[in-house]
Design a binder for this molecule. Structure first.
Ligand SMILES: Nc1ncnc2c1ncn2[C@@H]1O[C@H](COP(=O)(O)OP(=O)(O)OP(=O)(O)O)[C@@H](O)[C@H]1O
Length: 318
C-alpha cells in the first residue's frame, strides 16, 4: 500500500489544530461565532497554514456539508481570466447547500492571476457577494490589485517559530513511532525556516533512509549543507584562500547536490552568525544580493558563486 503523505495526514481540521498563528486564528474565530464572513485575503510565505486555516473555517462553519459549500482553486494552474469566467462563476452562482448562508471559494496563489483576471475577479466578487465569500491566498499582498485588497479583510501569516515547528515535528514523529534525536529536530528547524510543509516533508523523507533521525539524514535528504560547513566555506574564503574555498563549493554542488541559489541563501544566513565588522558586512551583503539576483536571471551558477568567493577572498586580504 502506498504510504500516505504526512502533510495531508497531519493537516489541521479545526482552527485549534493550526499552530503558531494564534493571533490570526483568534481574530478569525469571531467570524465562526457570528456565522458571518467578509471576503478574506491571507498573505504570507508558503507552508505556514493559509490553506489549512481556510479549510478549517469551512469545516467549522458548514460541518457535514462543508465539501459541498467549499471549493479550492489554484490560480497558478490557470493564470488567465478563464478560471474566473468559468470555474469561479459556476461555483459562485449556485446556491449554498444544507442550510448554509453562503459558500466559500478559496483561491490559492491569487497573486499569480494577471491584473486583467484580478479585475474580472473583483467584479465576480461583487456580483456574487450574497451567495459567496472569497478567501484569497497569496505570498505577496502587494501583487493583489488595490480594489480587491480594499474589499477584503487582510490577514498576514508569519513564518512559524522554531518552537512551533519543533513541537509539531515531535508530535508527528511520535504518532508515526519514529525516533528523532534533538539534533534531528534542530536540523529540521534550520532547513524549514518556518515552513511546516518543508519540515514535515523533510521528516517523512528522512524516515525512509534512517531508523533514528539525526541531523545527517535531514541535511542529506533535503540537499542542505550543514551550517558548520557553510561557516567553514565563508571563513576559508575570507582568509583569502580562494582555491580551498572553491573545493568546499565543489563539495556542495557536486557531492551534496545543492543549487546555486541554495548556496547563496545559506551563505547569507550564516553571515550574521560570524564576527564580521559592520563595514565589511555591508559590502559582502551587497555582493550576495547581486549574485542572488543574477542567479534568478539565469546566469551561470558556477561562475557567479566563484565570483562571490573571489569577492570574499579579496575583501579578507584588504
Ligand atoms: N500552522 C500550521 N499548523 C499545523 N500544520 C501546518 C501549519 N502550517 C502548515 N502546516 C502543515 O503543512 C501543510 C501545508 O500547509 P498549508 O497548505 O496550509 O500551507 P499554505 O500556507 O497554504 O502554503 P501555500 O502558500 O504554499 O499554499 C499542511 O497540510 C499541514 O500539514
Amino acid at each position: 500500500m502506498k504510504e500516505e503523505i504526512w502533510i495531508e495526514k497531519y493537516r489541521p481540521f479545526k482552527l485549534d489544530d493550526v499552530v503558531g498563528q494564534s493571533e490570526t486564528v483568534e481574530r478569525l474565530r469571531s467570524y465562526i461565532q457570528t456565522r458571518n464572513l467578509p471576503h478574506l485575503l491571507f498573505s504570507g510565505p508558503p507552508g505556514v497554514g493559509k490553506t489549512a486555516t481556510a479549510v478549517s473555517i469551512a469545516r467549522e462553519l458548514f460541518a457535514d456539508s462543508w465539501q459541498e459549500n467549499f471549493t479550492e482553486l489554484n490560480a497558478s494552474d490557470e493564470r488567465g481570466i478563464d478560471i474566473v469566467r468559468t470555474k469561479i462563476k459556476n461555483f459562485a452562482k449556485t446556491s449554498p447547500i444544507g442550510g448554509a448562508d453562503f459558500k466559500i471559494i478559496f483561491l490559492d496563489e491569487a497573486d499569480a492571476l494577471t491584473s486583467d483576471a484580478q479585475s474580472a475577479l473583483r467584479r465576480t466578487m461583487e456580483r456574487y457577494t450574497n451567495n459567496c465569500r472569497f478567501i484569497l491566498s497569496c505570498n505577496y499582498s502587494s501583487k493583489i490589485i488595490e480594489p480587491i485588497q480594499s474589499r477584503c479583510a487582510v490577514y498576514r501569516f508569519r513564518p512559524l517559530s522554531d518552537e512551533a515547528v519543533a513541537e509539531r515535528v515531535r508530535l508527528v514523529a511520535e504518532s508515526e513511532g519514529l525516533d528523532i534525536a534533538d539534533d534531528g529536530v534542530d536540523a529540521i528547524k534550520y532547513v524549514a525556516q518556518g515552513d511546516m510543509r518543508k519540515a514535515i516533508n523533510g521528516l517523512q523523507a528522512a524516515a525512509l533512509i534512517a531508523d533514528t533521525i539525526h541531523k545527517d539524514a535531514i541535511y542529506k535528504i533535503t540537499a542542505t549543507a550543514r551550517p558548520e560547513q557553510v561557516r567553514e566555506l565563508i571563513e576559508t574564503a575570507l582568509s583569502g584562500n580562494f582555491t580551498a574555498a572553491r573545493e568546499h563549493l565543489d563539495s556542495f554542488l557536486l557531492e551534496q547536490g545543492l543549487s546555486g541559489e541554495d548556496v547563496v541563501g545559506q551563505i547569507y544566513r550564516a553571515m550574521f552568525e560570524l564576527d564580521i565588522p559592520e563595514r565589511k558586512m555591508v559590502e559582502l551583503v551587497d555582493v550576495i544580493a547581486e549574485v542572488d539576483f543574477r542567479l534568478t536571471e539565469g546566469a551561470n551558477e558556477r561562475i557567479q558563486l566563484e565570483s562571490l568567493l573571489a569577492h570574499f577572498a579579496l575583501s579578507g586580504t584588504e
